[in-house]
Design a protein around this ligand. Structure first.
Ligand code: BG6
Length: 467
């Protein structure tokens, strides 16, 4: 395939602190909301007891093994690595005035190591975790004070890394709070819609304040939002299905609308009114929201369908977002429907709507891998998934969409977010560890490792358009 990818396209991979680092109490780190979810986002919220251990406590030990892992990413030719800062390494409880120097020093070492290989960091300020201290003392994002704590944290890391990190993201998959309130905004899972939207509002204001701070502090810095790009299609062409699909797509596009356009979209007023949702939005908040992001980033794993037919809705609750399955698509082992064309469609939808550069910061296939007797791992299914999605990214670029880069999810096997599994592997690099935490943590190159290296080296020329 002749390359459509621009010369400075940011090829790479994406990880998150709580899914790779481990070292959950090392060098003064405080407990995060993720530490209270040893079974993952959809498991129980569990108070920590000393000596307790969850799989994320060690994860893949990236905290200690990052030099080796960065060297492997460099071998694949990565231009960019997306990772997050664990807020609790910098502010263990969340409300301290002075940051924890040992935590700051860790990320200095990490970014310096990346710089040695010319790998640019793309850093998420909060990836599915916040200090548990803020939840306990203040009620998480339900409390307006959390905006100030977050801004202080953001300003601290912008000051510290302003010459090392150019690209930033505010909150990972900010729209997930609607489905997982504890993970997203530190609220109880049974919180009311008003409570959830109030907390979301505080987070949106905090995101805008971070955007302003980044522009003030980081010379030439660019900061984006991060959406779970859960694009929905109508299951039928019945007008009611089409309208309901538009409404449900707005549930998540709403976040992008606020962050990219600088205020609440009109359709939300009706939604709030008709659902009895009360949200306090001050004039000062409205002013803060006018500071908009520089680019849109998003994750894309699957698409889904919408129907107004209740009978079909009830039988279709198979995946995390309760999407109705598309009869034309196959699914992964975890029931996530595989839809490469949906990525081209989504890129066009977002670009038409916002006219801002787009960054695909997560995409990939979670699958079980088998290590053969000779030690090889032949993950052709992963290669096929990624190839087919990247072919569609090239098509979108040809459509005129401005795409900054592509960081596949989990370039090295890591702990899955939804159920804290190691067996759901995304990596080009295999990590010897199982769901019970057994294994040497040894790293091993999979077949896809060499495939991705060729894709990057050829700037997409080696991709196969099978259509
Ligand atoms: C996204 C998250 O939802 O999807 C990641 O930003 C997560 O943290 C990824 O790992 C894949 O989900 P899972 O549950 O397979 O890890």
């Amino acid at each position: 395939m002749s390359s459509k990818f621009p010369d400075h396209f940011l090829w790479g991979g994406a990880v998150a602190a709580n899914q790779v680092e481990g070292a959950y109490q090392t060098d003064g780190k405080g407990l995060s909301t993720s530490d209270l979810q040893p079974q993952g986002i959809f498991g129980a919220i569990t108070p920590r007891v000393d000596g307790d251990s969850g799989i994320k406590d060690v994860a893949i030990d990236f905290y200690h093994r990052y030099p080796q892992d960065i060297a492997l990413f460099a071998e694949m030719g990565f231009k960019c690595l997306r990772t997050s800062i664990a807020w609790t390494r910098i502010f263990p409880q969340g409300d301290e005035e002075a940051p924890n120097e040992a935590g700051l020093a860790f990320y200095d070492r990490l970014f310096d190591e990346m710089a040695r290989y010319g790998i640019q960091p793309l850093v998420t300020l909060s990836h599915y975790e916040m200090p548990y201290g803020l939840v306990k003392q203040y009620g998480g994002w339900g409390n307006r004070k959390t905006i100030g704590f977050f801004e202080h944290y953001a300003r601290t890391v912008f000051e510290r890394y302003k010459h090392k990190v150019q690209h930033w993201l505010t909150f990972n998959e900010i729209n997930m709070s609607l489905h997982a309130p504890f993970t997203g905004v530190g609220l109880a899972e049974d919180s009311s819609k008003s409570e959830i939207y109030q907390a979301i509002h505080h987070q949106l204001v905090a995101s805008a304040r971070a955007v302003k701070a980044c522009h003030e502090i980081v010379p030439g810095g660019k900061i984006g939002n991060m959406l779970l790009g859960g694009i929905l299609y109508p299951l039928s062409c019945k007008p009611e299905d089409v309208l309901e699909t538009q409404r449900q797509n707005r549930d998540w596009l709403f976040f992008g609308d606020v962050q990219a356009r600088g205020g609440y979209p009109a359709y939300m007023r009706r939604y709030f009114r008709e659902n009895g949702i009360q949200v306090e939005i001050t004039a000062e908040d409205q002013q803060a929201l006018r500071e908009t992001i520089d680019f849109i980033s998003f994750s894309y794993y699957m698409s889904g369908c919408v129907t107004t037919d209740e009978a079909q809705n009830n039988t279709a609750r198979t995946n995390i977002l309760n999407m109705v399955p598309n009869p034309h698509l196959a699914s992964s082992e975890w029931g996530w429907q595989i839809d490469p064309v949906g990525l081209r469609y989504l890129l066009n939808v977002l670009y038409d709507r916002y006219q801002k550069p787009l960054f695909i910061v997560e995409n990939g296939l979670g699958a079980k891998d088998r290590v053969e007797a000779d030690g090889s791992i032949n993950d052709d299914y992963r290669i096929n998934y990624l190839n087919d999605h990247l072919v569609q990214v090239a098509e979108a670029i040809d459509d005129g969409v401005e795409v900054m880069g592509y960081t596949s999810w989990g370039p090295i096997d890591l702990v899955s977010a939804s159920k804290a599994e190691m067996s759901k592997r995304y990596g080009f690099i295999y990590v010897d560890r199982d769901d019970a935490g057994n294994g040497s943590l040894e790293r091993r190159r999979k077949k896809s490792f060499y495939w991705y290296r060729d894709v990057i080296q050829s700037n997409g020329n080696s991709l196969k358009n099978k259509a």
